[in-house]
Design a protein around this ligand. Structure first.
Ligand SMILES: NC(=O)c1ccc[n+]([C@@H]2O[C@H](COP(=O)([O-])OP(=O)(O)OC[C@H]3O[C@@H](n4cnc5c(N)ncnc54)[C@H](OP(=O)(O)O)[C@@H]3O)[C@@H](O)[C@H]2O)c1
Length: 222
């Protein structure tokens, strides 16, 4: 078995809040990270910023090189760009574990709401576009703000639901989650159940707005 710390984790859209936040935590835990972006320059800049905060081994590249040179790849781009990006990276992502954390959400005067997705969910769209990859879904409910605040938030106290159809892949992603102090990785079902997990983020954002917090999820009884 390969040690999780020996794997390289690539982050597509790693210049954004969510990708950067998880990259900070993984780099701090000793995982080799590649930040991906549509612009290699932006990625290199973000990688530098992460090393300043978290230390570790972090480099930057365009999304295609990031996918090609990583063992596990987190997809952390907005829903609007999700399908096109993954369709363009099918070859680079073949045979790899892909982690989708994308929440297809809309916002109006009444707050956040889940968007309908033709394929069922962002994760199922990824599975259709990447038939040779092991697609999983995780980290939907994790606050980028808490992740980024390494100085004040030493433990991110919440459960991370991990969904997928390949047991070994979901176990690896649970392990990757648990490198972050406070996280517990919990298997959350097959990928066909990703819709409600993605959609539930709208409820959590509503909680955050009402109670001025960064709410997370805890599963009891496990
Ligand atoms: N923010 C959170 O707390 C949070 C929590 C859980 C899950 N998520 C999910 O994580 C994903 C990223 O969230 P975020 O807040 O980090 O978003 P973001 O900052 O708006 O976007 C992340 C990165 O995606 C790239 N990007 C933007 N538009 C793109 C497009 N059309 N095609 C390809 N790449 C594009 C940009 O990088 P470049 O310009 O450098 O390419 C950007 O820095 C979302 O799907 C969100 O639902 C977010």
């Amino acid at each position: 078995m390969t040690e999780i710390r020996d794997l390289t984790v690539g982050v597509l859209g790693g210049t954004g809040a969510q990708g950067k936040g998880l990259a900070v935590r993984w780099a701090h835990a000793g995982v080799k990270v590649i930040i991906g972006s549509r612009s290699a320059e932006r990625a290199e800049l973000a990688a530098k910023e992460i090393v300043e905060v978290a230390g570790g081994t972090v480099s930057g590249a365009d999304n295609a090189d990031t996918a090609a040179n990583s063992d596990i790849v987190l997809v952390a781009v907005p829903w609007e760009g999700h399908g096109d990006l993954l369709a363009s990276l099918r070859d680079q992502l073949a045979g790899k574990i892909v982690i989708d954390c994308v929440n297809p959400l809309g916002f109006d005067k009444q707050g956040p709401f889940a968007l309908p997705v033709t394929e069922g969910s962002a994760a199922q769209q990824a599975e259709l576009l990447l038939p040779e990859s092991k697609v999983t879904a995780a980290f939907h409910h994790v606050s980028a703000v808490l992740l980024a605040d390494l100085a004040n938030v030493s433990e991110v106290d919440m459960d991370v639901l991990v969904l997928g159809d390949d047991r070994e892949a979901t176990d690896t992603v649970r392990e990757l989650a648990e490198l972050v102090p406070g996280f517990r990785g919990v298997y959350g079902g097959r990928l066909r159940n990703a819709h409600q997990v993605e959609a539930f983020t709208a409820n959590l954002i509503a909680v955050n707005r009402r109670y001025k917090t960064h709410a997370g999820l805890k599963i009891t009884g496990v």
